[in-house]
Design a protein around this ligand. Structure first.
Ligand SMILES: C[S@@+](CC[C@H](N)C(=O)[O-])C[C@H]1O[C@@H](n2cnc3c(N)ncnc32)[C@H](O)[C@@H]1O
Ligand code: SF4
Length: 375
């Protein structure tokens, strides 16, 4: 069953490491929701008639939306699509937006039933390095308030490999997370993306550079600690208690269909992939011509195979060579079977029946291994 992603492209300030599309300006704030509602109308036939299983408000900072705006968007989706009764409806939220009254109204007045909170670290010096708006105490308060207001389906994001994050502090971040007994964690290795403030500041020697060995050490600690506490490592950056996998993100990882709305959002319906323009001005202005500016590509078989290998290998469901044979044919199957051998020998991939998964050793090299298996 398909999902809908809504990109809310506003942030109070840009974090130094982030290259997701968002603006720290209110210039288009007032018209944005109106344009989005019209885009939903225009895209109502993009997906098949199957009920919508997940709705995901991502960003940017969706928690900057008012309850009224969230409900306008959800009502429009409910009017134009059939949404399943038990749909997972997630809101990405920044800790500084979550006070008691906001959480109460999100709980009582909207259909949001899952929160994804961008904590990153519970330590102020890490948050300063990242240029986050919130501090460590605000992160703890927001988690506690969310739990108090029955948002039990709560996940947080943490970042490791930050130069200011020592091994002891990383262990403490994980210990704090575990103490809240939350059902889900996303943990990302800090990546220095090109054209971000972080990459400029590191180049100008104004910020400490990121050290890959430190990130690997943190990743190993992450695997050990989550495993000890019964979290299933179901995707390279995602850990969940049994039954609490992200239904929305699983659609991406299992090759499902989704409609992305808002600037920079991506969509896939099995035939083509398309992505909206990453510009507020162009997104808003195109609406006056009753259109959305997007680029579109029909995937070649090679691209579909590469994408399947890359996403499936990152998950605990693994890469199925029978699926490769049935969907892509003998040529791709033979290529996969021969190129995967070296990783079986190196103990980076293990095999059970036709399913290939990364070993803990292999997880450290996920991107490189996938690239070596590409057609
Ligand atoms: C793009 S943000 C959107 C949600 C929300 N604004 C927030 O900051 O939590 C989603 C997550 O992506 C992760 N992220 C973004 N850029 C990253 C980078 N360069 N390295 C590691 N993690 C990154 C952060 O952990 C963040 O929580
Ligand atoms: S990490 Fe989140 S809050 Fe920070 S700039 Fe990116 S989208 Fe905005």
């Amino acid at each position: 069953m398909p999902g809908i992603y809504i990109h809310i492209p506003f942030c109070k300030q840009k974090c130094h490491y982030c290259n997701f599309f968002s603006v720290a300006s209110n210039k288009y704030r007032a018209v944005f929701v109106d344009v989005l509602l019209k885009e939903i109308q225009r895209q109502k036939d993009y997906l098949s008639d199957q009920p919508i299983r997940t709705i995901y408000f991502g960003g940017g900072t969706p928690s900057m939306l008012s309850v009224k705006e969230i409900n306008q968007i959800l009502e429009q989706i409910n009017t134009l699509f059939t949404v399943s009764n038990d749909a997972e409806i997630t809101l990405e939220a920044n800790p500084d937006d979550l006070n008691e009254s906001k959480l109460k109204s999100l709980k009582n007045e909207t259909a949001i039933n899952r929160l994804s909170m961008g904590v990153q670290s519970f330590f102020d010096d890490d948050l300063i390095y990242l240029n986050r708006v919130h501090n460590g105490n605000q992160a703890r308060d927001a988690i506690e308030l969310a739990l108090k207001n029955q948002f039990d389906n709560l996940t947080i994001d943490l970042i490791y490999g930050i130069p200011t994050l020592t091994e002891t502090k990383w262990r403490k971040n994980l210990e704090i997370f575990m103490a809240y007994n939350l059902p889900h964690l996303s943990a990302y290795s800090l990546t220095v993306e090109p054209k971000t403030a972080l990459s400029t500041l590191i180049r100008k020697k104004k910020m400490q550079p990121v050290n890959e060995e430190k990130a690997i050490q943190h990743f190993q600690i992450l695997l050990e600690e989550t495993n000890k506490n019964d979290y299933i490592h179901y995707e390279i950056s995602n850990f969940a208690k049994q039954g609490h996998y992200s239904k929305h993100n699983s659609i991406y990882w299992l090759g499902g269909h989704y409609l992305g709305l808002g600037p920079s959002a991506h969509s896939f319906n099995g035939v083509s992939r398309q992505w909206n323009v990453s510009s507020m001005k162009q997104y808003i202005e195109a609406d006056t011509l009753e259109k959305t500016v997007f680029e579109k590509e029909v995937l070649t078989t090679n691209q579909q195979y590469d994408e399947y290998v890359m996403t499936s290998l990152r998950t605990s469901w693994g890469c199925d060579s029978e699926h490769i044979l049935n969907v892509f044919g003998q040529k791709y199957y033979s290529h996969f079977e021969s190129s995967v051998q070296q990783f079986l020998l190196d103990d980076k991939i293990e095999k059970e029946g036709s399913i290939y998964t990364l070993t803990n050793r292999g997880k450290l090299f996920a991107d490189g291994i996938a690239a070596a298996l590409f057609f």
